[in-house]
Write a protein that binds this ligand. Structure first.
Ligand code: CP
Length: 317
């Protein structure tokens, strides 16, 4: 694996999941793989799980992880080619990324979308510019449109918890939120579940919350949440802002919040969420504090997803 930006960087999803589960069973088995190697983790936006799990994963492989909160502590970076830098940006990625490429063996980056201009966000300029100029492997810690380490984690969590000899029914449901959020997690989850191909996959959301078809194609899409939930084995809860009239909140109907009452339509479904979650807005206390919720197990698996990906990258170097 050269870079890890989306599911397209993965040749065999099941093999990568198996690798992650091997690390879960034996975290230090490849302690020598990353000896004398260094990963730089750049955060242009906040994080808890991604930051800590990537650090732990790197250390499990014997790597040193250096965290740089570029967004709050670094020079403001310019990403546009041929920019006349007379505004707020201080350093061009063309100058910064090659320096980082000399300091590190792997570069991992978190950037969020602006949610102001869809074409700009969906061009993934930031992460593409780091790939272009760093000269070392780049791992997405969430980009403008995708969150591949989260989605790999989600497939790992589904595979390790599903015991039946049939395809699971997985439902991605929109949930209310107080502010416009990126589409990254929903896009990425859809992309991975579709690429994995071993589930009946249904997406449910209010009208006007369609996601980009390039990620959802292959899933059944409905505006009727209760129908979607019928016989579900997994319910993945996530808010996202509008894609077509980009970055807006149209509907914030609390009726879309998942409750125990609605879970009765499901096949005793396990409830997933990438976290952080707004309690009693996105998901009710009664669900998050119940046995149906597997959000802590899911978040703990972030370590093994990151470790499997870093291992693939180190082995390819
Ligand atoms: N799920 C996730 O990416 O969490 P953080 O934003 O805390 O990293």
């Amino acid at each position: 694996m050269k870079n890890f930006i989306s599911v397209h960087d993965v040749s065999n999803i099941n093999a990568l999941v198996e690798k992650a589960l091997e690390y879960k069973a034996n975290p230090f088995k490849d302690k020598a793989l990353g000896a004398n190697k260094r990963i730089g983790c750049l955060f242009l936006n906040p994080s808890m799980r991604t930051r800590l799990s990537t650090q732990i994963a790197a250390q499990n492989l014997g790597m040193e992880a250096i965290i740089f909160n570029v967004g709050s502590e670094g020079w403001a970076l310019e990403f546009e080619e041929e920019a006349i830098m007379s505004g707020n940006t201080v350093e061009h990625v063309k100058d910064a990324a090659p320096v980082m490429g000399k300091y590190f063996d792997v570069l991992a980056i978190r950037t969020f979308p602006s949610l102001k201009n869809r074409e700009d966000d969906y061009s993934e300029l930031y992460i593409k510019q780091f790939i272009k100029y760093a000269g070392i492997p780049v791992v997405s810690l969430e980009s403008a449109t995708l969150h591949p380490l989260q989605s790999l984690t989600d497939v790992i969590t589904i595979k390790e918890t599903f015991r039946e000899k049939r395809k699971p029914k997985i439902v991605l449901t929109w949930a209310p939120h107080v502010k416009p959020l990126p589409q990254c997690v929903a896009n990425s989850f859809s992309q991975w579940i579709n690429a994995w191909g071993e589930a009946d996959f249904v997406i449910t959301h209010p009208e006007e919350y369609e996601l980009d078809e390039q990620f959802t194609k292959g899933a059944t899409i409905t505006h009727k949440q209760n129908e979607a939930l019928k016989d579900a084995d997994y319910v993945y809860v996530k808010n996202w802002s509008t894609f077509n009239d980009y970055g807006k909140i149209y509907c914030n109907d609390p009726e879309w919040m998942l409750t125990q009452e609605k879970l009765k339509f499901t096949n005793n479904a396990k409830v997933m969420h990438c976290l952080p979650v707004r309690r009693n807005v996105e998901l009710s206390d009664e669900i998050l504090d119940s046995a149906s919720s597997i959000v802590t197990q899911e978040a703990s698996n972030r370590v093994w997803a990151a470790q499997a990906v870093l291992s693939e990258i180190l082995n390819a170097k």
